[in-house]
Design a protein around this ligand. Structure first.
Ligand code: 8YV
Length: 318
């Protein structure tokens, strides 16, 4: 039994797998293995344990002739060609639910940082430029009592809304489906049209999965629907935002700011964004707490153990 883990993960997870076969762990250091490298790594695998950063293409899946199961430690599984796996009857599991609260903490931290220009202010101080207090130094947007527009009221969107409530924010949301339970809990208002939500929100936070219909959901036209004072936060998936259009919007003052944790061509970041001060840029760390990353890693391993024991999978991809 060959279990290929594409990158080193928490030791607690590897400890569950080691008694079950030969566990081969991919390289620790960046750069992240390319799609072709992953394909070579998994060519003789029975089970693949992967992460959102590692693309598992249809070719890689078809090329791994012995492959029987795929587990990812992500809640997003857009890196896996699930159709290609299904075509071969290979089950795929993911790790939903575990990161919701931690990711919401990360999203809210990003929102606060972008609203209050924390990255910019810290760079200023570290550069030795703080020579005295002035009344309008780094004044930003108020988060308290502002309107938050949540795009995607799933588990993470809802956890972000809970935090927003503590800041006395007005909570608006847009989703393909109404979430009446969340409306009751959070006094959240469903806004049927995305453009309408964008026009009414001071902050827009994206919590949708990457699907053909969400790719470039925030394009130039949609960015223009936002308020000029508004801030866009993305902790979902990079391609949900047209990065070039966002850079243009930030540079031209179409919107006031942004906070990004994810990128269209991760780990590459649109150079035009790097040149701007009014965007906070993080390296995909919204879910990065020790506890959450360990629990996600263990959950993926538990899915593999369930598969090997012929038990029902804990988290099959729907
Ligand atoms: C992490 C994520 O960045 O779960 C996801 O889909 O994007 C994040 O939680 C990490 O890749 C966890 O494996």
């Amino acid at each position: 039994m060959k279990i290929v883990v594409t990158r080193p993960v928490a030791e607690d997870a590897l400890a569950l797998l080691r008694p079950r076969g030969e566990v081969r762990v991919g390289p620790a250091e960046p750069p992240i293995p390319s799609a072709d490298e992953v394909a070579r790594m998994i060519a003789d695998a029975d089970v693949v344990y992967t992460l959102p950063a590692n693309p598992l293409t249809g070719d890689a899946i078809r090329g791994a002739t012995k492959l029987r199961m795929i587990a990812t430690m992500g809640t997003g599984y857009d890196n896996i060609d699930v159709g290609a796996a299904r075509a071969r009857g290979i089950p795929v599991t993911f790790a939903p639910g575990i990161l919701d609260e931690t990711t919401a903490d990360g999203a809210f931290a990003l929102l606060l940082a972008a609203a209050r220009r924390l990255g910019e202010a810290e760079r200023f101080l570290r550069a030795g430029k703080y020579r005295g207090w002035t009344p309008f130094m780094f004044t930003g947007q108020d988060v308290n009592h502002a309107a938050l527009g949540i795009v995607g009221m799933g588990r993470i969107g809802r956890a972000v809304a809970r935090r927003a409530k503590g800041f006395a924010m007005t909570i608006l949301y847009h989703d393909a489906r109404r979430n009446e339970d969340a409306e009751r809990e959070l006094d959240a208002t469903f806004v049927a049209g995305l453009d309408d939500l964008l026009a009414r929100s001071d902050f827009v936070s994206l919590h949708v999965p990457l699907l053909p219909e969400t790719r470039h959901l925030m394009n130039a036209e949609r960015l223009r629907k936002m308020k000029r004072t508004a801030v866009l936060i993305n902790t979902s998936r990079g391609p949900v935002v047209d990065e070039q259009a966002l850079a243009d919007a930030l540079r031209e003052g179409v919107i006031a700011g942004a906070g990004l944790d994810v990128y269209e061509r991760e780990p590459a970041v649109e150079p035009a964004l790097l040149a701007l001060e009014n965007v906070v840029l993080l390296p995909h760390i919204a879910s990065a707490s020790e506890r959450t990353r360990t629990r996600m890693a263990v959950r993926a391993a538990e899915n593999i153990v369930a598969f090997l024991d012929h038990k029902p999978l804990l988290d099959p991809v729907p």
